[in-house]
Design a protein around this ligand. Structure first.
Ligand code: AMP
Length: 309
């Protein structure tokens, strides 16, 4: 069984979209990644930090989904990371209203002993020095290291981010972030520049416009499924990443061909995530729905058409 270690935020989010507004609800990159990855037969463990204000029932919920939470530190006198964001009708762009690092500000991740030999490592969106610290605690290089990041860290910690990029295999970012990181508008040129920073594979997520996978010259595209219900895109990127690495870890195959399948699995999970606020949809997702929607994905993209004459 693949052993997957996930590091990232476990958080409170407050979200506003044209379709509604929430108070503090469960969020965080690692939460979404873990929930998606938990749909595969894997040994997955999570490293994060929360405050004394974090409900035990949320941790229990993750644990019940076979996610090992022994690496989630609880700082009783501290407050949990809080993020708040607002979307308008273009759900592909959002405004961050608040990022309160709280306990995350002094987070010193410790890799639990039983995950030191993990073969898949998912570095969720976090301070790049924290991501680096996790890499440094794992003596034997995992089969695959995937990193996700965002504009917040590019704005504030670009130098540290540039030091981590040579140590990873795959970066997953959205189109705006790819442009910010590379200084290129064309996503093809952006991917070329990002390859040079380290990662062999570059995944660029374009929200409802699908996702691109670049491998030095080769490119694969998967559309997003056109959906009837879209409530809240928060966590879609992390859910994509969790589905992507979860599939690769469960199949133990990191070839480019298999990564194409992983992109489809990731997109499939993300399509569920956006149907409700926060983690709501991911929590009650079942295998039957997942398989059915994979079939819809196949239908959507499979065509036999004569293009030459
Ligand atoms: P996504 O929509 O996939 O980009 O991720 C949304 C999640 O990322 C939310 O649940 C937030 O709690 C979390 N998040 C937002 N800002 C940050 C940040 N600067 N660092 C780490 N996690 C963040």
């Amino acid at each position: 069984m693949g052993k997957l270690l996930i590091v990232g935020t476990v958080a409170f989010d407050a979200i506003e979209t044209p379709f509604g507004k929430t108070d503090k609800i469960l969020g965080g990159a690692a939460t979404f990644i873990g929930l998606a990855a938990s749909q595969f037969k894997l040994d997955s463990g999570l490293i994060s930090v929360v405050g004394g204000d974090f409900p035990q029932e949320y941790l229990q919920m993750l644990s019940e989904r076979n996610i090992d939470i022994s690496g989630v530190e609880v700082i009783k006198e501290g407050k949990t990371f809080f993020w708040s964001g607002k979307y308008d009708y273009n759900l592909n762009t959002r405004e961050t209203l608040a990022t309160d690092l709280n306990v995350l500000a002094d987070f010193n991740p410790i890799v639990p002993e039983n995950y030191i030999d993990c073969d898949f490592l998912m570095l969720g969106n976090l301070h790049p020095s924290v991501q680096m610290s996790v890499i440094n605690q794992i003596p034997k290089r995992p089969k695959l290291v995937v990193l996700d990041t965002m504009n917040f860290w590019m704005d504030n910690t670009m130098d540290e981010l540039m030091e981590v990029l040579p140590k990873i295999d795959v970066i997953t970012i959205n189109d705006e972030e790819a442009r910010q990181l590379s200084g290129e508008y064309s996503l093809v040129k952006a991917a070329q520049k990002i390859h040079k920073m380290g990662p062999q594979y570059v995944v660029i997520k374009k929200g409802e416009n699908g996702a691109l996978l670049f491998n030095n010259g080769d490119v694969f595209f998967a559309p997003a499924l056109p959906l009837e219900e879209i409530f809240d895109p928060t966590g879609a990127g992390d859910t994509f990443a969790g589905g992507f690495i979860g599939y690769l870890a469960s199949t133990h195959d990191v070839s480019f061909e298999n990564m194409k399948r992983a992109v489809i699995y990731g997109s499939n999970f993300a399509s569920f995530c956006v149907e409700r606020f926060g983690t709501e949809r991911m929590i009650d997702l079942d295998q039957e729905e997942i398989q059915k929607r994979l079939g819809q994905f196949k239908q959507l993209t499979q065509f036999e058409i004569e293009l030459t004459h």
